[in-house]
Design a protein around this ligand. Structure first.
Ligand SMILES: *Cc1c(COP(=O)(O)O)cnc(C)c1O
Length: 401
């Protein structure tokens, strides 16, 4: 048993490991949140967020979980009784749907088997049918963290435009922002929801909404009561870097550092690294002879890979064995897929050797748990990584899967 020694391998798809630089930044004295030094910090992180969300419009930062930011998106744009269109992609899409229903929203859900992303054609067909424009918003999870499936937001935008429909587009990027290519302005997203503990490499505790002019206009006339989440209440003091209530000062120090880390590497290089690590993980899964849960190669998640367990083997028992023996946490199957799959996170503070360690732990754990598999996954991942090491400079050299 070596579980007590060395670093814990936190290979769940969020919260993800926090870089030492971010931890050190957080360990600074608390300052007066109404003083001039705070105002500078506030403006710096609010401006930095615009670069990460790729927007020239306001980004709002709450002291909250991602769930809080989900709620902010709903209560600022919709009214009780409004109809929205949502795509079922997995556990998180169902949680957001449940929340909308609790706020009195009528959700038209495009059902799925959780193994593929939101279908742009199905969204277009539903919107084209809605000639009276009763649907007020289309709500989609960009990276479905429960299944390792990434939906195609740019194509969904085009589908909405082809239908000529005025619905708002609300997107949950909680586990994709800072890991997967995402463009709030260019893709015409109205509300982008995010939080701190996944691709942004921070501890839990910050929720974000990036908002378009159209979303802000909707917030001026919608009929949902709100106070804590109200955008206009935030935007007034935000102009000078301040907040209407006590902000999470130390997490904002961390956010400033995390944004600096992302921009130093360069967002495109960050996205390419995630693609490379994800492809190496899939090479390992295929070599083990196990099944990748996502069925659509164009929708494979760069953030995590969900792996189906062979029949008769429980994924949670396997995860327990890996934790006990190798001090590594893997993601569990959630709700409908509990026990049936496990998830390998490869996001944020993760590089080639972190991944090689994680995949070794999975392969050794499969052996210890008596799960039928072929060895050689780790070698397949290594071969993929050595072949693709120049990928950021020469995308045409990416080895075929
Ligand atoms: C983690 C996650 C959430 C929930 O975020 P909390 O911070 O736990 O509230 C919502 N959506 C997605 C896609 C997630 O990955």
């Amino acid at each position: 048993m070596s579980a007590g020694q060395g670093h814990h391998f936190l290979q769940i798809p969020g919260p993800s490991p926090v870089p030492d630089r971010v931890l050190r930044a957080i360990a600074s004295p608390v300052i007066d949140h109404r003083g001039p030094e705070f105002g500078r910090l506030g403006r710096e992180v609010l401006d930095g967020c615009q670069k990460v969300f790729k927007t020239a419009k306001p980004v709002i930062i709450y002291p909250s979980s991602g769930t809080g930011a989900w709620e902010a998106a709903i209560v600022n744009t919709l009214s009780p009784g409004d109809k929205v269109l949502m795509a079922e992609t997995g556990h998180f899409s169902m949680m957001w749907q449940q929340m909308a229903a609790r706020w009195g929203i009528a959700v038209d859900l495009i059902a799925s088997d959780w193994r593929r992303g939101a279908d742009p054609a199905a969204i277009e067909a539903k919107l084209a049918e809605d000639r009276a424009h009763q649907i007020k918003a289309v709500m989609v999870v960009h990276n479905e963290t429960s299944t390792g499936v990434t939906s195609r937001i740019a194509e969904i935008r085009k589908a909405i435009d082809r239908a000529g429909h005025p619905a708002l587009l609300l997107v949950d990027t909680i586990s994709s922002l800072g890991s997967v290519d995402y463009r709030h302005d260019e893709w015409g997203v109205d509300v982008t929801v995010a939080c701190s503990q996944k691709g942004l490499m921070l501890p839990p505790g910050l929720g974000f909404t990036a908002i378009s002019d159209k979303a802000r206009a909707a917030a001026k006339t919608n009929k949902m009561p709100r106070s804590y989440w109200d955008w206009e209440e935030m935007l007034k003091p935000n102009a000078n870097g301040f907040f209407p209530y006590t902000p999470s000062t130390n997490l904002l120090y961390g956010l400033r550092e995390a944004i600096a880390i992302l921009l130093e590497e360069g967002l495109d290089a960050v996205f390419a690294r995630h693609q490379r690590l994800a492809a190496a993980t899939r090479a390992a899964v295929r070599a083990w002879g196990l099944e990748i849960f996502c069925l659509e190669p164009v929708e494979y998640s760069p953030v995590l890979t969900a792996v189906l367990m062979p029949d008769g083997h429980n994924a949670d028992r396997f995860r327990d064995i890996v934790l006990e023996n190798y001090n590594m946490s893997l993601g569990a199957g959630l709700s409908k897929v509990a026990g049936k799959l496990f998830r390998i996170g490869h996001l944020g503070e993760c590089n080639e050797l972190t991944l090689m360690g994680a995949l070794s732990g999975v392969e050794m754990g499969l052996g210890l748990a008596g799960v039928p598999h072929k060895t050689g996954g780790v070698i397949a991942a290594r071969d993929h990584l050595t072949k693709s090491s120049n990928e950021t400079r020469a995308p045409e050299l990416i080895p075929a899967e």
